[in-house]
Design a protein around this ligand. Structure first.
Ligand code: AMP
Length: 291
């Protein structure tokens, strides 16, 4: 596996590979890699000649009181896993490489999609995400880029970003990878205490109950109350639990119509750790998802 810290050197290397006709897959990450990331990387390795994995804890997507400083950094373990997965290239830039003119130099935002859900609780988060992903897209110019369903709002925003800026890149979603308990894998699970870990699977239990009831119940408010009941006597502090249109991310209220493609979205705190999860109430198209 080749490791590049310089964007310019990576660009030069990939220019040559592109001339040789090689296809390129990109998997953007913030490191502390786990089996969720591994699934994205496996999808890329299977479907591209070259896979570039980036590890960059992006400061512009963290709010002032968020966990940028304490975000887990496990670069040696990450490199080992990347080699085992046959990733070809690790892009490991520092902040000056990604923000050569300072973090405040350029701003981007997609307010129409960022105003809901995680964007409502983390108002600048998606601005940082679209900025860093645009930079990575321009550096790597991949044919395919892989994003986890775990961050569903992020996936929708990146798809729109690619459409709006004419990035010639297929944006592919990879299903959520879970622990046996049902808890969605996340680098932030490291923050959970043993006691909190006992309750953490309730998030997925609530989502599954909503999906099961969706067979016969189409009323959003009644579906949500089924999910809330499951979290009722737990230490979870709910940030949001709602049903959204999976393209516009607009909250759906009242009855869900047969032509709608709904997704249930949840975010909740266990102690100081914020966990997110979701479940689709529709079948995604085969071209959009890498199973
Ligand atoms: P992160 O390092 O948390 O920024 O995540 C990098 C990518 O991995 C994002 O596209 C995430 O959505 C994806 N990802 C993280 N956890 C999971 C998971 N449990 N299942 C699938 N994808 C995931």
């Amino acid at each position: 596996m080749l490791v590049f810290e310089s964007a310019k050197e990576l660009q030069k290397f990939l220019r040559e590979k592109r001339c040789e006709g090689k296809s390129i897959g990109l998997v953007p990450t913030m490191g502390a890699l786990h089996k969720g990331h591994a699934k994205l990387i496996e999808c890329s390795v299977k479907n591209n000649d070259l896979t570039v994995v980036s590890i960059f804890v992006n400061p512009t997507q963290f709010g002032p009181n968020e966990d940028f400083d304490k975000y887990p950094r496990t670069i040696e373990e990450d490199k080992k896993l990347l080699r085992e997965l046959n990733a070809d290239i690790l892009f490991l830039p520092d902040v000056n490489t990604m923000y050569p003119n300072g973090k405040e130099f350029l701003k981007m935002s997609i307010p129409s999609l960022s105003k809901y859900w995680c964007g409502a609780s983390r108002p600048t988060h998606f601005n940082g995400v679209v900025l860093v992903v645009s930079k990575l897209f321009n550096i790597v110019r991949p044919n395919n880029a892989y994003f986890g369903q775990k961050d569903f709002q992020q996936y929708v925003i990146i798809k729109k970003l690619a459409e709006e800026l004419f990035f010639d890149i297929n944006i592919i979603m990879v299903p959520i990878q879970r622990e046996e308990s049902g808890l969605a894998l996340s680098s932030r699970n490291k923050y959970l205490t043993d006691e909190e870990k006992k309750y953490a699977p309730l998030l997925y239990k609530a989502l599954k109950a909503i999906k099961e009831n969706f067979q016969k119940e189409k009323n959003v408010e009644r579906l949500i109350s089924i999910g809330k009941k499951i979290l009722e006597n737990s230490p979870f502090k709910l940030d949001y639990l709602g049903i959204a249109d999976s393209e516009t991310l607009e909250p759906i209220t009242g009855e869900i119509k047969p032509n709608q493609k709904p997704v249930v979205l949840i975010a909740a705190y266990l102690g100081t750790t914020r966990l997110i999860d979701n479940i689709l109430l529709y079948e995604p198209k085969a071209m959009e998802i890498c199973l």
